[in-house]
Design a protein around this ligand. Structure first.
Ligand code: SF4
Length: 86
């Protein structure tokens, strides 16, 4: 199951909703012929902000607001920060 640090993340249903939302946005962009993966500069920019954010779990490389794995989410062009930081 989950580690004890799981308690700092949103509920499983909320994380599933967040995941499906990101998947939907990404699929929609792909179907429209738009860029699906973010450019390296964008990914670096996003991860740089996350690295200084108090909502970032550096050990697990996850955002505690949305529960997403940032090495994945930051690479998706359509993604956005749940705290509007990027
Ligand atoms: S996605 Fe936003 S809220 Fe989450 S860790 Fe990154 S900067 Fe912080």
């Amino acid at each position: 199951m989950f580690k004890s640090s799981q308690s700092s993340y949103p509920s499983q249903s909320k994380m599933l909703k967040n995941l499906l939302s990101e998947a939907y946005k990404t699929a929609k962009q792909g179907l429209c012929g738009d860029r699906v993966l973010a450019q390296k500069e964008t990914v670096d920019y996003r991860l740089g902000i996350c690295a200084t954010c108090d909502k970032f779990n550096a050990e697990e490389k996850r955002c505690t607001l949305c529960g997403c794995f940032m090495m994945v989410k930051a690479n998706l062009e359509a993604s956005n920060c749940p705290d509007n930081k990027w």
